[in-house]
Ligand binder design. Structure first.
Ligand SMILES: O=C1O[C@H]([C@@H](O)CO)C(O)=C1O
Length: 557
């Protein structure tokens, strides 16, 4: 195992992700940010310099559990203070598990601004993956708006709320095409003319016939749920969120924001042709053209047009298709099984609400509002007035009708902090409901920091313990860090609260998190030692440090 050092500068820059120039948040002049490649057991050290002129920044390492380093999780107001303009912060953490991961901004709407990149962890030296392949590709999927994120943020927090709408483009590895199409012969847009050097030129997947390739996929979308397919090629799913799954074969797959997968495909089709790889919006009435790139069989020219049209996605609201995919995912035999029993079961009701004329999302009637002092510091140092300890409002859970808009749509702001006893097994039931609009319920992919959870099951309507308990899968549930709740449905998760720290658990749709759709799990914070002072140099922890005569750079707990 070794330490891998990186020095990154984050700054805004002009860029043309979809052939239309805008402003992106780049790293070292690149968009998406540089790919980190490491081996399991390595230590990653990223010295992050904030070159933004007027705003703070943090980076979250999505899927990395941060065992023993909760201050490196990169969540503003939760695990650390935002890094000020001109300042820097050192993220130092271990990547303990091989898999496909990514990283992204976790302050305001900085992920939507383009602050993301891939993080790929190979097996440690001398170890083997439980499958084999001849080559690999990486697809980092995202969605892109022509309106800048500052306008989006102002819109979301205006009264009445101005919704961001559907993205203008979907990007593959930060590249999309807005005004032209790679499949012009099958549609009504004009054909893209690329030299290959354009920022929006697609990254071609060049393959040899009769080989097996690993495609790593991660979705950093702000909003869009996607359906991915390779024309005429089946895919075998082998990894989800850095965990091996029981291999299964599909011709298309759904990828929600926050998900990552590896699939294997074999180039066993007519080698005289090229083929489209496509991603389309699911779960919301799509208004965004598909993202495309080319599977280019050598020695064909990459510019040779595929003779077959791009794959057709299922209808956007064909939820049965999505559920069939999701419920085909099981842990690979030999994976850790969940504890048979839980200590605590927390039901989290997801609702859309109003607060002082604003539109919000709330969990158990509380809309997450982040404090000035990171919870990791305020809880560790018992600065109890740094936040109001109110995770949920009283409401009649039994009476709540998830099939109708809320009877009382008003919500209140709160800290969302749930204190978990260290070492206990926690079940979370995510419960979806109707939005403020009658007959509408939306998809929400929930992402947990600091842990993987077992996905014990999905169901329709309201979760009823007596009725649904026995249907939960305790035999081979997949381990993941992101799980979807379907419209009007519930999802049951189990995890062990064994990682001292403070961890965000939230809808990975960035505007939804921004509108309050999340909670915070605090576990064993008294056990966290040696938090770097630089992580807590804001709010009440900064004032506490200043009033102490202490020249150490860390605070002994
Ligand atoms: O948070 C959201 O707001 C809009 C809509 O509900 C109100 O315009 C939408 O589709 C969301 O996902």
């Amino acid at each position: 195992a070794k330490a891998r050092h990186f020095k990154w500068e984050v700054e805004y820059m002009f860029w043309s992700p979809d052939c239309v120039e805008g402003v992106v948040m780049g790293i070292n002049g690149q968009f998406p940010g540089p790919t980190i490649r490491a081996k399991a057991g390595d230590t990653i050290v990223v010295e992050l310099h904030n070159k933004l002129h007027t705003e703070g920044v943090v980076i979250h390492w999505h899927g990395i559990r941060q065992l023993g380093t909760p201050w490196a999780d990169g969540t503003a107001s939760i695990s650390q203070c935002a890094i000020n303009p001109g300042d820097h912060f050192v993220y130092r953490f271990k990547v303990d598990k091989p898999g496909t991961y990514f990283y992204h901004g976790h302050l305001g709407m900085q992920r939507s601004a383009g602050l993301y990149g891939s993080l790929i962890v190979d097996v440690a030296d001398g170890q083997k993956e439980p499958f084999s392949y001849d080559g690999e590709f990486n697809l980092l999927l995202s969605d892109w708006w022509h309106q800048g994120v500052h306008e989006q943020e102002v819109g979301l927090s205006s009264s009445p709320m101005r919704w961001i709408g559907e993205p203008q483009s979907l990007l593959m590895n930060g590249r999309g095409q807005y005004n032209c199409s790679l499949a012009a012969q099958f549609g009504n847009l004009s054909s893209c003319k690329f030299t290959g050097r354009e920022q929006c030129a697609p990254k071609i997947l060049r393959v040899e016939p009769n080989k097996t390739y690993r495609l790593r996929i991660a979705s950093s979308t702000s909003l869009a749920s996607l359906n991915l397919a390779i024309k005429n090629h089946k895919m075998t799913v082998v990894e989800a969120d850095g965990n091996y799954v029981q291999p299964f074969s599909v011709s298309d797959m759904d990828i929600y924001s926050g998900d990552s997968y590896s699939v294997l495909f074999t180039t066993d089709q007519d080698p005289t042709m090229n083929y489209y790889v496509s991603a389309r919006v699911r779960g919301r009435l799509p208004d965004t053209p598909q993202a495309l790139t080319i599977l280019n069989y050598k020695p064909n020219a990459a510019s040779k047009r595929p003779s077959l049209p791009p794959p057709l996605a299922p209808a956007w609201n064909d939820y049965a298709h999505s559920k069939a995919f999701t419920s085909s995912i099981f842990a690979r035999p030999g994976s850790p099984a969940p504890p048979r029993n839980f200590h605590r079961r927390i039901v989290l009701l997801n609702t859309q609400n109003r607060m002082n004329g604003l539109t919000k999302w709330a969990i158990n009637n509380v809309s997450l509002t982040l404090p000035a002092t990171p919870y990791l510091g305020s809880i560790k140092y018992k600065l109890w007035h740094a936040f109001e300890d109110r995770p949920e409002e009283d409401y009649d859970r039994e009476a709540y009708d998830v099939t109708k808009p809320p009877v009382n749509p008003n919500t209140t702001a709160g800290s969302g902090v749930y204190n978990l006893r260290l070492g206990t097994t926690v079940d979370v039931i995510l419960q979806n409901a109707n939005t403020l609009t009658a007959n509408v319920s939306e998809i929400h992919p929930w992402h947990l920091h600091g842990h993987d959870f077992w996905v014990l099951g999905y169901g329709e309507g309201k979760f009823r313990e007596k009725e649904h308990e026995k249907g939960l899968n305790l035999e081979n549930p997949p381990l993941r860090n992101t799980a979807v709740i379907f419209p009007y449905g519930w999802t049951a998760l189990r995890f062990v609260a064994d990682n001292p720290g403070v961890w965000a658990f939230h809808c990975h749709i960035e505007p939804h998190l921004h509108m309050g759709m999340g909670v915070v799990f605090a576990e064993g914070v008294h056990r966290v030692r040696d938090i770097p002072k630089s992580a807590l140099a804001c709010g009440m922890t900064a004032r506490m440090f200043m009033s102490r005569d202490n020249s150490n750079t860390t605070v002994r707990g």
